[in-house]
Write a protein that binds this ligand. Structure first.
Ligand code: F6R
Length: 366
């Protein structure tokens, strides 16, 4: 049932070009600039006039929510807040009727996310779900929703569910942008065309497996890791660090690259591996300086860069080249090498990759 792979996690990582395609199926025809999500159409007036979108989620799903925040604000110009479900539900949040609350959950059974949406519901907000498991508790408790269609995820560490969530959320962001007229049609169309190319580019990123395995050999005994990213890649830094912590038990911190100088830079010395997601986007020049700051303190830089980059490869000790895409869609590609890195490091350390200690696939306790 692992399809020839040694672990479910690796199988699920390698399924991603397919699962992203499944998440888009029937929803996107870029050629005609056509987006079809019946649940969004049904609530078109609510989405068009939403005062605010509040995203509630936990863990990896919360990271997908952060990517969605950047996308929805950029494309659809609606203010977005991303909340840890557990904090949201216990802090008497301000929820108004014009708010839409989006609950993101792979399992659809996470207790805190379910309770957060019940709270928002009781205050009159419309609840939209982005779940993977069909018929799950969260899916049933929402007013409307869009399934991610990633297929069953068995490995405790979430991989293909994350990319499916980001895929669906990007389609939602595009669709709201279209309805609100906040994006030029040509820009929207080119974004949609890029979206259609993502599965092939993910497939290309997966070819980095051997290269990443070799890097993993070098860093398998590290006791700490720092992950840095900016803009759309900031949530990817958080996700990369979470994956490593979960399955290899190495302490890792994900940070917005510019925030590093406000504290974590003190951690950097010649023993500190620093994974920098530095693809060519609007923050590129800035992240080049962040890499310099790390190098100046002798940190060991492992950089994820856009193929053809000539600047960062001169500064980083290890370089992982990924195909280029629209910056908003880059998380779908840049997360792949980080998933593989955590996987290989965990395997090399002899960890139980599919069932890491202290973790369960769905957290049904609060
Ligand atoms: C990370 C992981 C957890 C879950 C979190 C939310 O790899 O598996 O952080 O993402 O428990 O779970 P769902 O999405 O099922 O609500």
């Amino acid at each position: 049932e692992k399809g020839g792979y040694p672990h479910f996690m690796l199988k699920e990582i390698f399924e991603q070009s397919r699962s992203i395609m499944d998440s888009m199926r029937g929803r996107l025809v870029a050629e005609n600039t056509q987006l079809t999500m019946s649940s969004i159409r049904e609530y078109a007036t609510r989405f068009k006039n939403a005062d605010r979108i509040i995203i509630v989620a936990c863990g990896t799903s919360w990271h997908a929510g952060l990517v969605a925040e950047y996308m929805i604000e950029e494309f659809a110009r609606i203010p977005v807040e991303v909340e840890y479900a557990s904090e949201f539900r216990y802090r008497n949040p301000v929820i108004r009727e014009g708010d839409i609350v989006v609950a993101i959950s792979q399992s659809g059974e996470t207790a805190d996310t379910l309770a957060a949406l019940e709270l928002a519901k009781s205050k009159g907000a419309m609840i939209f779900g982005v779940c993977n498991v069909v018929g799950s508790s969260i899916a049933r408790a929402t007013d409307a929703g869009a399934y991610t269609h990633a297929g069953p995820e068995i490995g405790v560490a979430s991989t293909k569910a994350f990319t499916a969530q980001v895929t669906v959320l990007s389609l939602i962001a595009m669709m709201i942008a279209e309805m609100r007229g906040t994006m030029e049609l040509t820009a929207l169309r080119s974004l949609m065309l890029e979206m259609e190319k993502i599965p092939a580019k993910v497939e290309q990123a997966l070819q980095l497996d051997k290269e990443i395995q070799a890097i993993s050999e070098i860093f398998k005994d590290a006791t700490n890791f720092i992950y840095l990213g900016r803009g759309f890649n900031f949530p990817v830094a958080l996700e990369g660090a979470l994956k490593l912590k979960e399955i290899s038990y190495i302490h890792a911190e994900g940070y917005p690259a510019a925030e590093m100088k406000h504290g974590p830079i003190a951690l950097i010395d010649e023993n500190m591996p620093v994974v920098v997601i530095a693809t060519k986007d609007s923050s590129y020049e800035k992240i080049v300086s962040n890499v310099q700051e790390v190098r100046a303190r002798k940190g060991r830089v492992i950089a994820v860069v856009t193929e053809g980059d000539t600047v960062i490869p001169q500064m980083a000790e290890f370089v992982i080249e990924v195909p280029n895409t629209h910056e908003a869609l880059m998380p779908l590609i840049s997360v792949i090498p980080l998933q593989l890195l955590s996987y290989h490091i965990a395997v090399l350390r002899g960890c139980n990759v599919d069932q890491p200690r202290n973790l369960a696939k769905s957290v049904t306790v609060e």
